[in-house]
Structure formats: structure tokens, C-alpha cells
Design a protein around this ligand. Structure first.
Ligand code: ZN
Length: 332
């Protein structure tokens, strides 16, 4: 890319020099001859800039999941269990820590496969984090009901305790609830995997106090996403405990600024959703997210016009692996 810019700027200097040297206006043909390569260079540079932007974005999104899994695979390999990663069937004997880790890794991978698999139709999973809050969540629920769309809410235990009736409404209107921890307090939860689990379980308790003990809460989302090397231990711990976590591959950028404009949210959404058949869209129903509410009808209609079908995230996966895991969990 750098080389292209060098070419581009060299051309920019060279053209006026050439024109001046001639001492007269250049012929149209000669000018065209100079402009075509410049146009090509600009086009290449732009593509590369786009790719770079996309790559850096994706490295912060759903691909982080793959990185986490690669790390886990590496550990399994070191422990001599890499062959099991290729097998569909696990051996029942010799169940040790790494076996359980590998099995749980498959749980997360299967979940991701289920979400991201390429199907004939385009699918969008709208997700709202950090609620429930009185005004914003209710407004979002009104819009979703009006549009006939189901979504997923990653809620905070501390808000659930304050507004249990809104959580109840989310559930009654057919949306799925996932656990986003109790406090969302980074300095507390990311102190250690133990601290994280403690907070996550507090969140779980708060949700179950409203929706019942049987409500499935395997599905979670890390505050700030699962990305980053330092979260490796947290990701592993979550998998060990039998949870699945999901990030996102599209967003409206409503947490990127303190008061983002409607135009900003729409452009971020279009920019991050372009060309993807399966979308997991990150938005927020926390306090003050009024522009998220204001732009939601536009975003939903845009997605409808683009041919997407709306679905809530699955709460769990029904596979042999998960059944197998439940047996192992009881002995772990
Ligand atoms: Zn959050």
C-alpha cells in the first residue's frame, strides 16, 4: 500500500513538471495517458485501504473467537489430544482436564458454526446489550413488536434487579435473554477468571429470580467482547464451566462516542454489515441510547429490503456433543 502511495504522490509531482516542461497545454491524448495510470493507482490504494479497515475491524470481532479456539487447540495439541479434534466421536475412557476442554471447545465451535453457517437465506441476529433500562428498552421492544422482529438481549443483573418487569416483558414478547454479567464493572470482573465467574453467576441469579430457575442461560457475552490476549484465561474458564459466548460481526457504533448522531449510527451499521450473509449486530439498550431507538426502524427496514430474516440467537445447541458434555460436567 505504501508503495502505491509513493507512486501516487510521485505522479502528482511529475504531472505538473511534465506540463510545465512542455511550456504549453498538453494534448488531451497525453493527459489521458498520464491520468489513467494515476486512476488505477488510486483505485488499488482505495481497495487496500478498505481491506485494511475491514481486516482490522474483523480482528476485533468474530475472528477473535477463532483465535481463542486456535489457542485451545494448541493447548490440546501440546497435551497430545490434537487427534481428537478431527474425530467426531470422542473416546469414553481417559477423560482428563484436556479432554473436557476439547469437548467444551467443540461446544463453542458448534455454537459458532450454528450461527455463522452459510445458508441459502440471509439471517440477522439483532443483539442489545447493557439493559434493561426503563425508557430505552421499552421503546426498543415497541419497535420490535411493530416490525414483527425477534432479537436477543444481553442483560445486566444489576439492571434486572431494578427493572424485573422489563425483563419479563422481553421474555414474554419472544426475545431471548443472555447473561452479560451482574456489574459490567471492568476493573472488578477482569481482575481474574474467578472474579468474572462470580459476577456472571450473580447475573445469572438475578435473571433466574425473574424468569425462573429453568431459564437456559448458557449463552453469554463478555462486556467489551471476548477479544484480547489477556482474556484468554477468561475465555477458557467460561468454556470449562460449560458456557458459550458470542461477539458480533456488525455494529451501529452506539458505544463508540458519548452522543453519536443518527447519521453516524447508520453509516457505521452499513459499513460493518456490508456483504455479510449472517449478521450478529451489536447495539445497546443502556441509559441514554436514544439515537439507537431513533435509528432502529430505519435499520430494520434496510435489513428487510436487503432480504435478511430476523432471528433470536439460539439459547443452546442440541447436539450429541452437548449431551456428552452434560454427563462430563457432572463428574467434573
Ligand atoms: Zn456491555
Amino acid at each position: 500500500m505504501l508503495l502505491n502511495f509513493v507512486f501516487f504522490f510521485t505522479s502528482m509531482i511529475w504531472v505538473p513538471i511534465e506540463i510545465k516542461k512542455e511550456g504549453k497545454l498538453m494534448k488531451k491524448k497525453d493527459l489521458l495517458f498520464l491520468l489513467i495510470p494515476i486512476a488505477i493507482i488510486i483505485a488499488i490504494s482505495s481497495d487496500e485501504v478498505l481491506n485494511l479497515v475491514q481486516e482490522s475491524y474483523e480482528s476485533f470481532s468474530i475472528n477473535a473467537e477463532a483465535k481463542a479456539l486456535t489457542e485451545l487447540k494448541g493447548e490440546a495439541k501440546e497435551a497430545g489430544h490434537d487427534d481428537e479434534l478431527q474425530d467426531d466421536e470422542f473416546k469414553e475412557s481417559d477423560v482428563g482436564f484436556t479432554d473436557i476442554l476439547v469437548r467444551r471447545e467443540r461446544l463453542t465451535q458448534s455454537y459458532m458454526d450454528q450461527i455463522m453457517k452459510v445458508v441459502e437465506e440471509k439471517i440477522v441476529y439483532l443483539t442489545f446489550d447493557d439493559g434493561p433500562t426503563p425508557v430505552i428498552t421499552n421503546d426498543i421492544l415497541d419497535i420490535l413488536a411493530e416490525e414483527g422482529v425477534e432479537a436477543t438481549f444481553f442483560v445486566l443483573g444489576q439492571h434486572v434487579e431494578k427493572f424485573p418487569h422489563i425483563l419479563q416483558r422481553i421474555h414474554e414478547e419472544g426475545h431471548i435473554v443472555g447473561n452479560h454479567t451482574y456489574s459490567h464493572n471492568y476493573s472488578k470482573i477482569y481482575r481474574s477468571p474467578d472474579h468474572y465467574m462470580e459476577d456472571l453467576l450473580m447475573g445469572e441469579e438475578a435473571i433466574k429470580a425473574v424468569l425462573g430457575e429453568d431459564y437456559e442461560l448458557t449463552l453469554t457475552r463478555f462486556p467489551g467482547g471476548s477479544f484480547g490476549g489477556y482474556k484468554g484465561a477468561f475465555r477458557r474458564r467460561l468454556i470449562e464451566e460449560g458456557y458459550v459466548y458470542i461477539d458480533w460481526n456488525s455494529l451501529n457504533g452506539d458505544s463508540e462516542k458519548s452522543s453519536p448522531s443518527k447519521e453516524y449510527l447508520i453509516s457505521r451499521f452499513k459499513q460493518t454489515s456490508r456483504g455479510k450473509d449472517v449478521l450478529v449486530v451489536l447495539m445497546h439498550d443502556g441509559y441514554g441510547k436514544s439515537t439507537t431507538v431513533e435509528t432502529l426502524p430505519y435499520i430494520i427496514n434496510y435489513l428487510k429490503e436487503e432480504g435478511y430474516r430476523f432471528k433470536p440467537l439460539p439459547q443452546y445447541i442440541e447436539t450429541e456433543i452437548i449431551k456428552d458434555l452434560k454427563i462430563e460436567t457432572s463428574t467434573y
